[in-house]
Design a protein around this ligand. Structure first.
Ligand code: 3H9
Length: 699
């Protein structure tokens, strides 16, 4: 005899004799929002008050067990009951409670399981504590119960890496007690019967003692001081895990305080903005609707970019036709792709035994005719409009009807390229970032004639490649490189006016960038910017203060950065050292321009650089090149090494406020009114008290 009782909307109890099955059904990922928390607490309390059921099993409906706390509630006033309290009610239940977990049991989801008295995993289960990726730490007992079950090193590893742990490893480490196949409800019933039969033992996790490992705690704390000094929650994780030596209530109190402190940081709000932004960029009408089938991709150009794009496509299971003009260039392209795939094997991104089959899907050729059956062709040759026009004319003649023709250009006009075909509706920009098989950003550039299904296919491809597709409109540099071109000038002005490249780099690295702009320039090759400056020389506003003198003179020496062993820095073996010859050039350029160098603090440097970035980013939003501020933010997080915990340039801008930004620009403009202009959109925000976050909501 079974009967189902609805406790709250997402939580119900099914009574089956002396077994009670609690089902959580809160799509899409069964997050523990308030109705789930209330439902769980009431269900356990009701069943204990009735004292009829002899065992309780919790499982979830849909594609996954609980994927964590409801992130949408973070930053809002707390809505009781609190998750740790609910889990204590479960742990303290006189009736044994077991969890049956499938899919991904993450954060609060795993913590729910750990508060139960036994855990059964279904095949394919992944467990994890990903809170660190949100600027947080496990806040519902994870730092207390994982060490009790799996030891301190495992708890530190999981909470500090946020990695997903496979079911077999979870079983071996004692995080789950059993691993079986089956449907969650059926397994819940069977496991509950095993508890009654005495074949599935139960116990309270809090009754176990954390095995002592002070060394692991001390070593990790010391390592974090060196590597993550600027981050808040990692240090709190160690503190909270250390508290798992204490009795449950004391340990949980320390974890709770650390969680609340982390919640109150801008790092948390930046990282949660990144979580939702990553999903929101493709949650737009242009990314939805019918798509064209893509199985065979043509890639034209076997240089670094083309090889990276080909690698990304191969790793996603696509067949690739790689085209180069000459045999030796083709062979180099194939060698690069092979090396990339070997790298993917060593990084664990590709199974070793799948490497040959993956490579077998690559068909290199010097004959463009082999693209006749391609569903999508991505042109990745050097940035020359005449060459691109020639290629697209040929593609138009070769490719089958309905094939999508894409250019990987980083700034050229997609409309001019499309116009050399008889099918401009099938043309779009797919702008990858180097290394293309690693960097997650893909700018999807809509030409004037690009058809809706072509655009939607671009987004589907991004998803298939595991990339974050961001819609951009045509302009010089699209979203990212247009903004980069603007704030790069600011870095150059700082050096002209008195800062050293090393100081600029180290100030911005302290802000959170993985590398300062001069190191990035040296890595990418200073010749790239040199070429761009020459290309744009004729269009330069005569009132503009030229920023390229230092870089030009460095390039004139044949110093292009890392690849030539010399640039802003000297590359000596593995070491990166200041380059006295570059410093001499800087001194000379200052003298030539009659500049008396002045001192900048690191804060001045960060403020100017970020204000320049925000100014152009604001213009990019105002003129519609980017749909919303969050699209700009995701471009920078996934393509330009912007620190994730700052959320992106425009999320960061809101932490400063429009009025303060306008005041800064106005002050800087006293020296250079041509460069420092208040974007009208920012001026309006300053007047009305508006924010970029408001524009994200409105769009
Ligand atoms: C935590 O648990 C704190 C506790 O320790 C303590 C608390 C006191 N909440 O990613 P998808 C939405 S912190 C709300 O596209 P997938 C997501 O926005 C939490 N919403 O699917 C999307 O919505 P939309 C720790 C969430 O199959 C939809 O679900 N947990 C949440 O590629 C589908 O998501 C995590 O950090 C959430 N927790 O991947 C896990 N999760 O359709 C975060 C997802 O409107 N989640 N949504 O765009 C994930 O890693 C992935 O979503 C998951 C599924 C792997 C579960």
């Amino acid at each position: 005899m079974t009967a189902r009782r609805q406790i709250t909307d997402p939580v119900s109890i099914e009574d089956i004799g002396n077994i009670a099955l609690i089902c959580i059904d809160n799509p899409p990922v069964n997050a523990t929002g308030q109705a789930v928390r209330t439902g769980l607490q009431q269900a356990i309390e009701t069943l204990n008050a009735e004292a009829r059921a002899k065992v309780i099993a919790i499982y979830a409906a849909g594609r996954t067990f609980v994927a964590g706390a409801d992130i949408r509630e973070f930053g809002k006033p707390p809505a009781p009951p609190a998750l740790p309290d609910v889990f204590n009610v479960i742990e303290d239940s006189r009736i044994p409670v077991i969890a049956v977990m499938h899919g991904t049991a993450l954060g609060g989801g795993l913590e729910l399981g750990l508060a139960c008295h036994a855990r059964v995993g279904l095949a394919g289960l992944k467990v994890g504590l990903p809170e660190i990726n949100l600027g947080l730490l496990p806040g519902a007992g994870g730092t207390q119960r994982v060490p009790r079950l799996a030891g301190i090193p495992m708890a530190l590893d999981m909470a500090l890496s946020g990695r997903q742990v496979g079911a077999e490893e979870a079983l071996a480490k004692g995080l789950i007690d059993r691993l079986v196949n089956g449907d969650p409800r059926d397994v819940a019933l069977a496991a509950a019967q095993d508890v009654l039969a005495g074949t599935l033992p139960t116990r309270r996790t809090c009754d176990l003692a954390t095995p002592r490992d002070d060394k692991a705690l001390d070593d990790t704390a010391a390592m974090l001081v060196k590597t993550q000094a600027h981050m808040f929650s990692p240090h709190k994780i160690v503190e909270a895990v250390r508290a798992s030596y204490l009795p449950r209530e004391q340990g949980l109190a320390i974890e709770r305080q650390a969680f609340i402190d982390s919640m109150n940081t801008t790092q948390r709000s930046g990282m949660i903005h990144a979580f939702f932004g990553e999903r929101a960029v493709s949650n737009i009408p242009e990314a939805k609707g019918p798509v064209r089938a893509v199985d065979i991709v043509g890639v034209i150009g076997g240089g670094t970019m083309g090889s990276g794009i080909a690698t990304a496509c191969l790793l996603a299971g696509l067949s690739v036709r790689l085209i180069e003009v000459k045999d030796d260039a083709l062979a180099r392209g194939v060698a690069t792709i092979t090396k990339n795939l070997d790298g993917a094997v060593s990084r664990g991104k590709l199974a070793g035994d799948a490497r040959d089959a993956t490579l077998a899907r690559l068909h290199p050729s010097t004959d463009m005719g082999t693209l006749a059956d391609a569903d999508l062709v991505i042109e990745a040759v050097f940035e020359d409009m005449a060459v691109k026009k020639d290629i697209f004319g040929k593609l138009d003649a070769i490719c089958k009807p309905g094939a999508i023709l894409a250019s990987n250009t980083s700034y050229l006009d997609i409309n001019l390229i499309a116009d050399c075909t008889s099918r401009p509706g099938d043309v779009l920009g797919l702008h990858f970032f180097s290394p293309a098989h690693v960097m997650r950003l893909l700018e999807i550039v809509r030409g004037a004639a690009t058809l809706p299904d072509v655009l939607a296919t671009g987004f589907a491809l991004a998803k298939r490649l595991g990339k974050v597709g961001v819609l951009a409109q045509v302009c010089d540099g699209f979203i990212g490189n247009r903004i980069l071109a603007h704030y790069s000038r600011c870095a150059a002005y700082l050096v002209l006016d008195g800062a050293s490249p090393q100081q600029v780099d180290s100030a911005l690295e302290s802000f959170g960038f993985a590398m300062g702009p001069h190191k990035v320039g040296d890595l990418a090759g200073l010749d790239i910017g040199w070429m761009t400056r020459k290309r744009k020389a004729a269009d330069r506003d005569p009132a503009e203060r030229y920023a390229g003198d230092v870089a030009d003179r460095i390039c004139e020496q044949g110093w292009f950065g890392r690849k030539t062993g010399k640039g802003y820095y000297l590359y000596d073996g593995g070491a990166t050292l200041p380059n006295p010859d570059a410093d001499a050039i800087i001194t000379q350029v200052r003298a030539d321009h009659g500049i008396t160098p002045r001192a900048f603090t690191d804060q001045d440097i960060v403020d100017r650089y970020m204000t320049a970035m925000i100014s152009e980013a604001a213009r990019v939003v105002a003129d519609g090149t980017a749909r919303r501020p969050l699209d700009v933010d995701m471009v920078f997080l996934f393509g330009y090494g912007f620190p994730r915990h700052r959320g992106g340039p425009l999320h960061y801008a809101d932490t400063i406020g429009a009025q303060a930004l306008v005041a800064r620009i106005t002050a800087y403009a006293k020296d250079d009114p041509q460069y420092w202009q208040v974007p009208p959109i920012l001026a309006r925000m300053a007047e009305t008290g508006g924010t970029f976050a408001d524009l994200n909501k409105d769009a």
